[in-house]
Design a protein around this ligand. Sequence first.
Ligand code: ATP
Ligand code: LTN
Length: 326
Amino acid sequence: MRVLSGVQPSGALHIGNYLAAIKQWIPLQEKHECLFFIVDLHAVTVPYKPQDLRQNVWNAALDYLALGLDPAKSTIFIQSHVHQHAELAWLLETITPLGELERMTQFKEKSKHRQKANVGLGLFAYPALMAADILLYKTELMPVGEDQLQHVELARTLARKFNHLFGRTFPEPKSQVAKIGARIMSLADPTKKMSKSLGPAHFLAIFEPEEDIRQKIKSAVTDSGKEIVYDVKKKPAISNLLTIYSLCADKPISEIEKQYQGKGYAGFKSDLAEVVIETFRPFRRKREELLQNITEVRNILSRGAETARSIAEKTMKEVKEKMGLL
Ligand code: ATP
Ligand code: LTN
C-alpha cells in the first residue's frame, strides 16, 4: 500500500503534529511504501517571512529524522522540489467545485480575521493542491490528524470525478486517524486546536528547551473545580492535558485519573511536564547528532526528491494523455 503524509513548515513542529500524525507514520514504514514530505507550497498560502520559511523547512527535516523517519525505508522530500505537485494542482483545480472549497473549515478559520484583499487565491485553492499531492503518487492511505479529514474527503471526490470524466486513473485514498489524540487542543485556549500559527503560548514544540516546556505546562489554563477527571464538555483543559499525559506515558486515562484522585492541579502539571520531557529526550539526542551532519540531511532530501519525481513523472504522463494534452 502506498502511504503519504506531511506537515507544513509554518513554525516549530508541536506535540499535536507528533501525537496525531508523525507517531503513526513510524510503524507504517515497516510494511508499506511510504512518502513523507515537507509541504512548503502549502506554507506560503498565508503571510510569512522567507528567512523563517527556510529555517522552518530545515527544522522540519531534522525533526522528521530525529523522530524516527528512516530514509532507508521511506522517501523523505520537500514538496517544492517536485514541480509536478503544482502542475497537477492546476489540472485538478479545473474540476474542483467552488462550493467544496467555500465549505472548508480551515479556509474559513484562516481567512476570517483578514480583509478579502489580504486573502490569497492560494489559501482558497489549498485543498486542491493537497489533493494533487495525494493523487500524484496514487496514494492509498494518509495518516493525518482530524482537522485534515475534510481535505482528504475532497481528494476522494476529485479522484472519483477525474476517473469518471477521463477514465480510471486514481485509487480513492483513505485516511487513518489516531483513536486518541486526533485533535490536541491549545494549552492557552482549549476550545481551539493546538496549532503552530496560534502563537507560542498555545503549543508545545517537540524540541523546545525543557525549561520552556515546564513553564508552558505550568501556565496552561485549567478548568474550574479541582478534580482531575476526563470530561471534554465540563473540563476541556484538563481533558486535553490528560490526553497528552496518556499518550506520552502510554497509560490509559482512567489509570491516570486514579493516580491523581484527591490531588491538585499543580502536582499533576509538574508531573506531566516531566512525562513530556522524558518522551522526547531520546529524540532530542538524535536531533543534536543530525545537526552536526547537515550534509547528510541535504543528501537524504535530494535522494527523496529524485525518487518522488520518478513516480510523479509517470502519473503526469498518464494524466496529460487522459486529459487530451499533447
Ligand atoms: P498551522 O498552524 O500552520 O495551520 P498546524 O500546527 O495546524 O499548522 P499542520 O502542518 O497543518 O499543523 O498539520 C500537520 C499534521 O498534524 C496534520 O496531519 C494535522 O492533522 C496534524 N495536526 C495539526 N495540529 C493538530 C492538533 N492540534 N491535534 C492533532 N493533530 C494535529
Ligand atoms: N494540509 C496538510 C498537509 C498536507 C498533507 C498532504 C497531508 C499537504 N498535503 C497530503 C497528507 C497528504 C496539513 O497537515 N495541514
